[in-house]
Design a protein around this ligand. Structure first.
Ligand code: ADP
Length: 339
C-alpha cells in the first residue's frame, strides 16, 4: 500500500520538476538562440564591411547559406546540451524524489502500522473474555438439568467477564482517542489530597494481600488536573500492590526542590527485568511473570494510559527497578508557590 503511494508521490515530484525544467529549458533555448542570432549578425556585418573595403562583390547566396548552416549547427548544439542537462536532472531528481517521497511517507506508515498493531492486539484481548463467556454459556445450555445455584454461579462468572470486558473497552477507547479521555482542568491542588484519594481507592485490594501503604507525601500545591493525576497514582499503586508479595509494603513519598516536586511510589515486589523496562509503557506489553510466581490479571494498558496522562501534563513517568527487590515509579510536577 505504501509502496504504491511512494511511487505516486515520486511521480508527482518528478512531474513538478519536469514542469520547472521545461520552463527553464525554453527560457535557456530562447536566450541562447537570440545570442547565436546576434553573433551571426555581427559576423555578417564584419564580413560585408571587409568585402566592401576590398572592393569585392559580395556573394549574398553563399554568405546566406553559410549563416543558415551555422545557425542550424548552433541550435542543434544548444538543443543537445539542454536535452543532456534535462536527462541528468530528471534522473537525479527522480531518484531523489523517490527517497524524498519515502521519507515523507515514513511517519504516516509508522502511525498506520502502530494503529494496525493496536487494532490487532485489541481484537485479540477482546476475544479472550468473549470466548470464555461463550464457552460457559454453551456448556450450561447443553446441561439438561441446570439448577438455580448453578445458574447463579454461571451468571456471576459471566458478570465478572463482562466487567473485565467493559474495563478493557474503556481503556481501549481512552488510548485510541490519544488523550486522557477528558479535557484537562488544570488548577492548584493539594498533592496530599490527590494521593489520599488514590490510596483510598486501593485500600481494599491492599488489605486482601495484607500490604501496608505508607504515605510520606509532603504538603505541596501542584497545578494539575486532580482527577487525571489521581488516575496515574491509582494505576501505579494498583500495579505496586499487584506485583508485590503478601505482607509487603508500598511507600509513597516526595522529593521537593525549589520549583518541582517528584512523587515516588516504591514497592518491595517482583521487580522488572532490565530488558522489559524499555517496553512496559507500551500498549499491551506485559513482562514475563513466570519468574515471579505472581500470575496477575491485566491487559498491559495501565502504564500506557498513565504515561499518556503524564505527557499531557508535560511530564514523564520514570522507573528504576531491581529484580526480587522492588520498583520505584516516579514523576515530577511543577510546584505552585504557597500563598
Ligand atoms: P498490566 O498491569 O495490566 O499488565 P501495565 O501497563 O500496568 O499492565 O504494566 C505493564 C507491565 O509492567 C506489567 O505486566 C508488569 O509486568 C510490569 N509492571 C508494572 N508495574 C510493576 C511493578 N510495580 N512491579 C513489577 N512489574 C510491574
Amino acid at each position: 500500500m505504501f509502496h504504491s503511494a511512494t511511487i505516486r508521490l515520486t511521480i508527482i515530484y518528478v512531474a513538478f520538476l519536469a514542469l520547472i525544467s521545461i520552463f527553464f529549458s525554453l527560457a535557456w533555448y530562447r536566450v541562447a538562440t537570440t545570442e547565436v542570432e546576434r553573433g551571426l549578425g555581427r559576423q555578417r556585418a564584419l564580413l560585408d564591411s571587409a568585402i566592401r573595403a576590398r572592393g569585392m562583390i559580395a556573394l549574398d547566396d553563399v554568405a546566406e547559406t553559410r549563416t543558415a548552416q551555422l545557425r542550424q549547427s548552433s541550435n542543434q548544439t544548444i538543443l543537445a546540451r539542454i536535452a543532456t542537462v534535462n536527462i541528468v536532472l530528471l534522473t537525479v531528481g527522480g531518484i531523489s524524489a523517490y527517497f524524498l517521497a519515502k521519507r515523507t511517507l515514513r511517519p504516516i506508515a509508522t502511525a498506520h502500522e502502530s494503529q494496525a498493531r493496536f487494532t490487532a492486539d485489541a481484537s485479540h484481548e477482546l476475544r479472550t473474555p468473549l470466548t470464555a463467556l461463550r464457552t460457559e454459556i454453551e456448556v450450561a445450555l447443553r446441561s439438561p438439568r441446570l439448577d438455580s445455584s448453578q445458574t447463579r454461579k454461571l451468571l456471576k462468572s459471566n458478570l465478572e467477564e463482562i466487567t473485565k470486558l467493559s474495563r478493557l473497552t474503556d481503556n481501549l477507547l481512552r488510548l485510541s482517542r490519544g488523550d486522557t479521555g477528558q479535557q484537562l482542568e488544570l488548577k492548584p491542588t493539594s498533592l496530599i489530597t490527590i494521593v489520599s484519594s488514590a490510596t483510598e481507592r486501593c485500600k481494599k485490594i491492599a488489605q486482601t494481600k495484607h500490604i501496608t501503604i505508607t504515605n510520606a507525601v509532603s504538603d505541596e500545591l501542584v497545578h494539575v488536573d486532580s482527577e487525571a493525576i489521581e488516575e496515574i497514582i491509582y494505576i501505579l499503586l494498583d500495579n505496586a500492590i499487584k506485583y508485590s508479595p503478601d505482607k509487603s509494603s508500598v511507600h509513597i513519598s516526595t522529593d521537593v526542590t525549589d520549583k518541582k516536586v517528584t512523587l515516588h511510589i516504591r514497592d518491595q515486589g517482583s521487580g522488572i527485568r532490565a530488558s522489559d523496562l524499555p517496553h512496559i509503557f507500551e500498549r499491551f506489553y506485559r513482562a514475563d511473570q513466570s519468574r515471579s510466581n505472581l500470575q496477575t490479571s491485566g491487559y498491559g494498558l495501565g502504564l500506557a494510559i498513565a504515561q499518556q496522562i503524564a505527557s499531557a501534563h508535560g511530564t514523564n513517568i520514570l522507573v528504576t527497578s531491581t529484580i526480587g527487590k522492588g520498583s520505584d515509579f516516579y514523576f515530577t510536577l511543577r510546584r505552585e508557590p504557597k500563598k
